[in-house]
Write a protein that binds this ligand. Structure first.
Ligand code: SF4
Length: 334
């Protein structure tokens, strides 16, 4: 670490918006409120949002994370189980009902909206094309809204060029909410070129939070020696921010979960740093990263603010009367 006298100047371009979106905030609130209302343990199926820091913070409060409902011991079946923000296939709530489990669904309302659009296409007799990443829980959840055989996954422009539907005139598409806006436009263009009657969803599937974070990164990244995105390796929207920064002109672009992952030898003598955070990354970790750079550089912070977000999603009806204090959320908001 340099002493004050030898610290080199560093401009940090801090993106806005960054970090938590309304869907992630709501999902974390649901677990916190469920713990307050029903006491520990509260079970959570899959990581509530893709962030270790958040998961560990909730575990410390009494949440237990499971991948499948059969991991919940019978003696705890009256404790709530929360479904993650990514959404679940229809079979999961059905399974919960069959097991007499009490569940709270933390699926982001914007993911539920995509589910409805996919079901609408199918109701109108269209085969559904889902543009997304194979294996992502949101994709599994969206495909699981529809009967087997009625949805096909397309991941890339190459997939779109090769896709062979049974009825090319009767297709509708939706997308995962956290994709790259620009890459997805290319996939849709290729599909529409091949299938001119392809029907769009009634509203964009890529959500406001994904779009806004990518736009702010595009604004901040040109000319940055390094761009740091705070987020987890399994967070789709965080990984897209890393790619967007590189495409927009950052010389290097990396993803880190905590300040301790920063490799100072590799970072070297930078003058301009871009900084953003995926929709599941808490602001306390962004602050931790800023402090780590402040320890080593004489920093100036510039805001690269694309827009201000005011979205706020209500928690489940059962939890609305429980008071949520600043202290309850301090583990993520600082
Ligand atoms: S990234 Fe978008 S879809 Fe996903 S939880 Fe946030 S607001 Fe909802």
């Amino acid at each position: 670490m340099d002493s004050l006298a030898t610290k080199k100047p560093l401009t940090i371009r801090l993106c806005g918006p960054r970090g938590f979106c309304a869907g992630v905030d709501r999902a974390i609130q649901i677990v916190v409120l469920a713990l307050k209302s029903y006491g520990a343990p509260v079970y959570v199926r899959h990581e509530i949002v893709h962030n270790r820091y958040v998961v560990e913070g909730l575990q410390a409060k009494g949440a237990i994370f499971v991948e499948e409902l059969d991991e919940i011991p019978p003696e705890h079946r009256h404790q709530p189980v929360v479904f993650s923000a990514h959404g679940v296939p229809k079979s999961v709530p059905e399974d919960a009902r069959n097991r007499n489990l009490f569940y709270l669904d933390a699926t982001c309302p914007l993911v539920s909206k995509v589910h409805k659009q996919a079901m609408r296409h199918q109701r109108l007799g269209r085969h559904v094309i889902l543009i997304g990443h194979a294996g992502h829980p949101e994709v599994i959840g969206t495909m699981g809204q529809l009967p087997p055989g009625s949805v096909s996954l397309v991941e890339t422009v190459e997939d779109a060029a090769l896709y062979q539907p049974e009825d090319p005139d009767n297709l509708g598409f939706v997308t995962q909410t956290t994709l790259s806006v620009d890459d997805t436009a290319g996939v849709i263009e290729k599909l529409k070129e091949r299938f001119p009657n392809l029907q769009s969803p009634a509203a964009d599937s890529i959500c406001y939070a994904t779009t806004n974070r990518q736009e702010a990164v595009k604004q901040a990244a040109p000319g940055c020696d390094l761009f740091v995105t705070v987020g987890a390796p399994n967070s789709s929207n965080s990984k897209r921010l890393v790619e967007v920064a590189l495409k927009a002109g950052a010389r290097r672009s990396i993803l880190v979960q905590r300040a301790s992952e920063l490799n100072w030898d590799e970072i070297g003598p930078i003058r301009t740093l871009g900084l953003s955070a995926g929709a599941s990354a808490p602001e306390v970790v962004v602050n931790e990263i800023i402090e780590a750079f402040k320890d080593r550089f004489e920093t100036t912070i510039e805001l690269a603010e694309f827009t201000i977000e005011n979205e706020n999603f209500l928690v489940n009806r059962e939890l609305r009367d429980i008071e949520l204090t600043h202290q309850d959320m301090a583990f993520v908001n600082g």
